[in-house]
Write a protein of this length. Sequence first.
Length: 78
Amino acid sequence: MTLAQQAPIPKPWYREPWPWILMAGPFAAMVGCFITIYFAYSNFIHEPIQDGVVKRGLVIEQAAPQASEGAGAAQAKP
């Protein structure tokens, strides 16, 4: 017998445990991401934006105080 005839036949990649173990971490992260997106969408979709903030697209920013509010209004009173 030759050396080529004695070599064991390799298993296909999907029959080995290591590819599945290495893919389990990213897969679990994807599942967790989808669950987080689902909870964020289903629980907080009807939450109103608070006073004093401005929504521009997906970004919610703190609104700058107007000139009539704050220190300017306090100085107008004698």
